[in-house]
Design a protein around this ligand. Structure first.
Ligand code: 13P
Length: 255
C-alpha cells in the first residue's frame, strides 16, 4: 500500500517571519493527518523550519543539492549538510532547475543518487513543455526522463524514489492538467517502473504537480495512480495547503 504524500515547494519565496507564521500554523492544523507531509523552504530558512517542526510529524525537505558531499563548489549545498540541519527529503530535477540551470537528465540522476547516499529521500521531477505536448511528444519525453533516471540508479535505489510528474505548462499558470491527463501519464510511469523491476510499479509513489489548489486537489488525488502532490504557490498559504493535505488524507487506503 502506498501512503499519500503532499510536499510544499516554497521555491524562492518567504522570509524568517513568514516561516514563523506558516510552519506553526501547519503543525497545528495537520496534527494527526493521515498523509505524509513535507515542507521545502529555501536553504536559509531550513534550520529555523527544522526547529519549528520539532515534535511534529511534518518532515523537512530542501529544493536542490549538489552531487558531491563537500568540496570547492561555491554556492552549493550537499546532501550531508541538508541532513545536518534536519532535512529528510530533497526535490531534484525541478523543471525550473532543468531550464534555469541547464540541468540535464544525467545530472538529475546523479543528484538523486547523491541524495540517496546521504540518506535523503529524493522527489525527482519529470514533465513535458507545452510545445512537446502540443506536438504529441509528452509521453515519449517524460518516459525518456524517467528511463535516464532508472538506468543510472539501479533497482536497489529505485525503491527509495518518489517521482513527481509536473507538466511545465501547468506550473504557476493556473492551468492544471486534467485528472485524466495526469492519470494517463502516471499510469504510464507506473508501468515503466514495473517493467524496470517487478513490484516497483505498485510500490513507487507518484505525485502530480502543477497548479494544484484546494479546489482541484481531491479530484486529482482521487485518480488511481496519483499518490499526492508537489505544491508550489498554494503551499505558501496555510489554509490552502492544509486543505490540500486533507484532500490527500485517506486516499492511500483505496490504492
Ligand atoms: P505551482 O503549484 O505554483 O503551479 O507550482 C508547482 C511546482 O512547480 C511545484 O514544484
Amino acid at each position: 500500500m502506498r501512503q499519500s504524500l503532499v510536499a510544499g515547494n516554497w521555491k524562492m519565496h518567504g522570509s524568517q517571519g513568514m516561516a514563523r507564521e506558516l510552519v506553526p500554523a501547519l503543525v497545528g492544523a495537520l496534527r494527526g493527518v493521515e498523509a505524509e507531509i513535507v515542507v521545502c523552504p529555501p536553504f536559509p530558512f531550513l534550520p529555523l523550519a527544522s526547529d519549528l517542526l520539532k515534535g511534529s510529524s511534518i518532515a523537512l525537505g530542501a529544493q536542490d543539492l549538489h552531487t558531491a558531499e563537500s568540496g570547492a563548489c561555491t554556492g552549493d549545498v550537499s546532501g550531508p549538510m541538508l541532513r545536518d540541519v534536519g532535512c529528510t527529503w530533497v526535490i531534484v530535477g525541478h523543471s525550473e532547475r532543468r531550464a534555469g540551470h541547464d540541468e540535464q537528465d544525467v545530472l538529475v540522476a546523479d543528484k538523486a543518487l547523491a541524495a540517496l547516499r546521504a540518506g535523503l529521500r529524493p522527489i525527482v521531477c519529470v514533465g513535458e513543455t507545452a510545445r512537446q505536448r502540443e506536438s504529441g511528444q509528452a509521453l515519449r519525453v517524460v518516459a525518456g526522463q524517467f528511463a535516464a533516471l532508472l538506468a543510472r540508479l539501479g533497482p536497489g535505489f529505485a525503491e527509495s524514489l518518489t517521482l513527481a510528474y509536473e507538466p511545465v505548462w501547468a506550473i504557476g499558470t493556473g492551468v492544471t492538467a486534467s485528472p485524466e491527463q495526469a492519470q494517463e501519464m502516471h499510469h504510464r510511469l507506473r508501468a515503466q517502473a514495473e517493467s524496470h523491476a517487478q513490484g516497483l510499479g505498485a510500490r513507487m509513489r507518484l505525485l502530480y504537480g502543477g497548479s494544484v489548489k484546494a479546489a482541484n486537489a481531491a479530484e486529482l488525488f482521487g485518480m488511481p495512480d496519483i499518490d499526492g502532490g508537489l505544491i508550489g504557490s498554494a503551499s505558501l498559504d496555510a489554509g490552502e495547503f492544509v486543505a490540500i493535505c486533507r484532500a490527500a488524507e485517506g486516499m492511500s487506503w483505496n490504492k
